[in-house]
Design a binder for this molecule. Sequence first.
Ligand code: CUA
Length: 155
Amino acid sequence: MHVHRYERLWIWLGSATMIVFFVVLAGMSVAEGINPPSHIQTIDPSKVGSTPPFDHPGLRRLPDGSYEAYYVGRIFSWSPAQLTIPRGATVTFYATSTDVVHGFAINGTDVNIEVVPGWVSSMSHTFDHPGDYLIICNQYCGAGHSSMSAHIVVQ
Ligand code: CUA
């Protein structure tokens, strides 16, 4: 089979680029242990139910008036399913998974974090507007993915 010289060059360049990208990616993730910035805390995914504070998912009020919210994702639900917080509250979300990768996204906000088993993902948000905020899972996690939701009511 005759392959044109330019076509051969193009195939070679494309393949070489893919190999370089793969080596860089593997080097960064394996050798340098680089992970997304919020993934700083690890947790045993098989012991989430007995590891504080994830053994009691929900809302905690801190002495400075801000809040922490602990969420556990599992196929196919978020726990807690509903939280009520006062308007103006700043909430730092901590989320982890007991099984597969989920995506924790709060509609109408910029909270959108990947929830990976073995890691605790975190992000903060201030809720200035009252309303019912829908939390969805935005990483496909199985047959019930589309029903994996929860609510935050801001009053
Ligand atoms: Cu959990 Cu999709």
